[in-house]
Design a protein around this ligand. Structure first.
Ligand code: GLC
Length: 572
């Protein structure tokens, strides 16, 4: 959070201090389907029951972690997978890259070995990205790796054959409507290469997209996930949706993502940015990158201290993680990316019990880390090892046993109840410098007792009252749809409450200038003004503030973000 010191109301809150927790990459990009009632699951298979869907999803739910591979002609200019569109390269020019594509060092087994060393259980390869170039042999279009490059090998085939040898589930990404390399493919408006890209859209969908999906489902064995992509276009007919659905039935075990408009995906996708609130849908996946790029750019891998907590946070919310690497034109995964993945794999060797097969942890937010769960064991992933050696766990349950996953003999850690917290005494030194895991077995269904003071409290807003209740309902899908740059909302807490932490969850974008006021004994006091909050810095800590209502105002923001949730926490 960036608040100029002059903005603090020093008189009202002496010695105010701020701390922010940059929970890596936070903020949500809702992409897809809403969750459905248990009896009618969201599924690409019409009429499927919840039991059948859960059975179909079972391997994916346990797998938790996959490798995303963005590989196509774009690795040659090394400018990312949107190079053709960003630089407005014509097809005539761009397609010449195929002649330069000869990845002699490609070795499908080496990639699968890396996936296993990294602790990954599935792999999703871009069989055709928006550039339109197929990385597999295709009768539907000769613009493919076998027919158009000197390499002449079908890498999708090689990967699909190597994956099961290594116990990895093979999955295929396919850019369906978006295609810049075939006439009629969706290429943004206006087309930058009209002589080539204009064309019959319906013919493209049938003769290229649907035909290639049929090829993928016919020639590469069983596919785990068909990971469709789009660039936002919704230009598809009902008849085409029906045909794709029929084609998908060639492999009824398929799991399908929600990016072909009209085809209901099986899971929600979150791209790069961590949802701030746990997605309500039963199945969701966060896709992210090792180095900030999808296709190869030469960018360096992110540090482990950034990547690992980011991934664990998603697992703590019950998600899967699909981590991307961008191989080079020589056919290798950059060594620093590979090394980072192996480090994560090392962490999973010790702590994977807390990840694979786990479900979301019981907490909405924890100051020191996150948690997952497996039946009666709550796994506490501690990112900030307590300096006093005492871990406070806000569970209402009776503790049974606590131990460190890094401890092979599972020596019991001493614990006691202290008010509302289970208090676990830890060794002085964290077993892992980034994230150490404490397993805690408890009696009964874990019950979180660290609840936002604003949860389900009444909200009044100066604008867009209809949607204002989304601010306190702990649901990412409901949000205050404010568009007014000077609007404010007031949360009535019902009685005086004392809080020390704000957790602000904008739906998109940043807050540029917010004003926070608190009502105490009928008088409003300003607590913070000119609050600037980046979407990935959503925690603000304050000295204790007491009041029976809080008011948050935007101060002439040109584009105020919608607010998913506004939480207030007492001292921990
Ligand atoms: C973004 C990128 C696209 C990439 C996708 C993966 O939409 O623009 O190139 O394939 O993310 O989810």
């Amino acid at each position: 959070m960036r608040v100029p010191p002059s903005a603090l109301i020093a008189l009202l809150i002496p010695a105010m201090s701020f701390a922010t927790r940059s929970s890596a990459e936070v903020a949500s990009t809702p992409q897809s389907s809403l969750s459905a009632p248990a009896s009618s699951p969201v599924s690409w298979l019409p009429g499927e029951t919840k039991e059948a869907k859960d059975a179909r999803m079972a391997w994916w739910t346990k797998a938790k972690y996959g490798m995303f591979i963005h590989w196509g002609l774009y690795c040659v200019p090394a400018d990312g997978e949107w190079h053709m569109r960003n630089k407005k390269v014509s097809y005539a020019e761009y397609s010449k890259l195929a002649q330069e594509f000869n990845p002699a060092r490609f070795d499908a087994d080496a990639w699968m070995t890396l996936a296993r060393d990294a602790g990954m259980n599935y792999v999703v390869i871009t069989t055709k990205h928006h550039e339109g170039f197929a990385m597999f042999q295709s009768k539907a279009s000769s613009y493919n790796i076998v027919d158009a490059t000197p390499f002449r090998r079908d890498v999708v085939k090689e990967l699909s054959e190597a994956a099961p040898r290594h116990g990895v589930t093979f999955c295929a990404y396919y850019s369906f409507l978006a295609d810049w390399g075939h006439p009629g493919g969706q290429a943004g408006c206006p087309h930058w290469d009209p002589g080539f890209q204009d064309g019959d859209k319906r013919a493209y969908v049938t003769n290229v997209a649907i035909a290639q999906v049929r090829e993928l489902l016919s020639n590469y064995g069983k596919i785990g996930v068909l990971w469709f992509d789009t660039d936002g276009s919704r230009d598809i007919t009902q008849g085409e949706v029906a045909t794709v659905t029929e084609v998908l039935k060639m492999q009824p075990q398929l799991i399908v993502d929600p990016r072909v408009p009209g085809v209901k995906g099986d899971f929600d996708t979150q791209e790069q940015h961590m949802p701030l609130l746990r997605p309500k849908s039963d199945y969701w996946e966060l896709c992210g990158t090792v180095n900030g790029a999808w296709g190869y750019t030469g960018a360096a891998a992110k540090p482990l201290e950034k990547l690992l907590p980011y991934m664990i946070t998603a697992w703590g919310m019950g998600g899967n993680v699909l981590m991307n690497v961008g191989p080079t034109k020589e056919g290798i995964i950059p060594e620093d990316s590979a090394e980072r993945l192996r480090q994560i794999g090392g962490w999973l060797k010790t702590n994977g019990e807390s990840i694979y097969g786990s479900t979301a942890g019981p907490f909405t937010w924890l100051p020191w880390g996150t948690a997952t769960r497996n039946v009666d064991t709550v796994y506490l992933q501690v990112f900030q090892w307590p300096s006093d050696g005492v871990l406070r766990v806000p569970l209402a349950n009776k503790p049974v046993k606590a131990w460190l996953l890094a401890d092979p003999v599972k020596k019991e850690l001493p614990f006691e109840m202290n008010g509302e917290r289970i208090v676990i005494h830890l060794p002085e030194k964290a077993p892992d410098p980034v994230a150490s895991v404490v397993a805690l077995r408890v009696e009964g269904e874990p019950v979180n007792n660290f609840i936002s003071l604003s949860l389900n409290k009444h909200v009044t807003a100066t604008c867009c009252q209809d949607s204002a209740k989304g601010i306190t309902d702990d649901d990412a899908l409901t949000r205050w749809r404010n568009t007014n740059g000077t609007a404010s909302f007031t949360i009535d807490l019902g009685k005086p409450e004392t809080f020390t932490t704000l957790r602000i969850c904008p739906a998109y974008g940043d807050i540029k200038s917010g004003l926070l006021e608190v009502r105490s004994e009928g008088n409003w006091k300003t607590i913070l003004k000119e609050m600037a909050l980046k979407r990935d810095e959503n925690i603000v800590t304050l000295p204790a503030v007491t009041g029976d209502a809080v008011r948050f105002s935007f101060c002439e923001e040109t584009n105020p973000p919608q607010i998913s949730d506004f939480e207030l926490y007492p001292a921990f």
